[in-house]
Design a protein around this ligand. Sequence first.
Ligand code: PGA
Ligand code: ZN
Length: 420
Amino acid sequence: MGITIESVHAVEILDSRGRPTLSVVLRTADGTEARAGVPSGASTGSGEAVELRDGGTARYGGKGTRSAVGNVNSAIADALQGQSFRDLAELDGRLIELDGTPNKGVLCANAIVGVSTVAGRAFAAAHREPLWEYLTPAGVSPTLPVPHFNVVNGGAHAPNTLDFQEFMLAPLGAPDYPEAVRAGAEVYAALKARLSADGYATGLGDEGGFAPDIALPEDVLATLVAAINDAGYTPGRDGVAIALDPAASEFYRDGSYHVAGRPLNTAEMVDYYAGLVDRFPIWSIEDGLAEDDWEGWIALTSRLGDSVQLVGDDIFVTNPAIIRDAIDQKVGNSALIKVNQIGTVTETLEALAVCREAGYAAMISHRSGETEDSFIADLAVGSGCGELKSGAPARGERVAKYNRILEIADASPHLRMQKF
Ligand code: PGA
Ligand code: ZN
């Protein structure tokens, strides 16, 4: 079932951080109207597809997106309007060809991703299928992902002294998806009470997690374990486990990792993680090392890869070719998947297929700058990858994704949450 595009139109809107981004509306000849919002990162990998910002200082400190909006409303609209497409792969192929660069450097990722995701919605509507079903590849079983709730924010996402960027709750032991959401929200509430009782501020970072001024990651981890217990859950894989995203590229300078004021070399950093994994119920570490420390990643993977999920974000940037190299060289054992890192839904599905075929895990992810668009919730279900991170179990732009999956779970009771 194809679509014929009547119009595609972008508008500059604000994201959850108060920065400009794009909203895109697509109308098809049969009267379907679809809408998408474009996310944006803060701790970006250097290999990500290019995000176009207007520059200068007059508007939004240079962060305006009028030029990206212009790319949708002129070059892309001119190429797509009146055209018919068989499927999303064909339409995405047209966008890739129109841009003509390997990193979306001409039309740019924030313009292209808005059009690709809105088109995905239009194709799903044409098929009279929920979006997750349209996105399910042949031969893949869709599942409800384990939600990864980011409840403590540091690094580039908060103005505190904490160098690690994300501390997430992963309710791996929950009997089903609604109970996993409940566990996340109950531990989040218990954590707030405990932080307040200990005299810490409970202001929030960009992804809705608390941003207490705690410098040592081990002190945050101890507080998290206490909060899991306070809420009546078991810390660990049978109950609520912990996932980290240190986003180490952000604190890697001059060949050293700087954690709580201490410079550590790669070997010391790997030892540090091994110690944390021994002491705390950590099941997953994303970007434990920097994106340009490929050799360090190999050492980290041989040391911890059998016991912990090691997820590459900045180092892989959702790029199928880089993920293939990582698999060949045993760099990590899992990839973070962000549609706007690579630019189109079709290339994202290719990255997911590379992971699936190699038995490599994958986690779908939001960005620190988000809109209420819940596309990634459907992508997480349809791809069957089993894992989603979308920030705290609070704030509209974060819970939009978790809530969308609650609705999918209710409407499609045959879908089960992934077991690990
Ligand atoms: P970003 O961070 O969206 O600010 O890049 C998210 C992440 O590092 O996973
Ligand atoms: Zn990350």
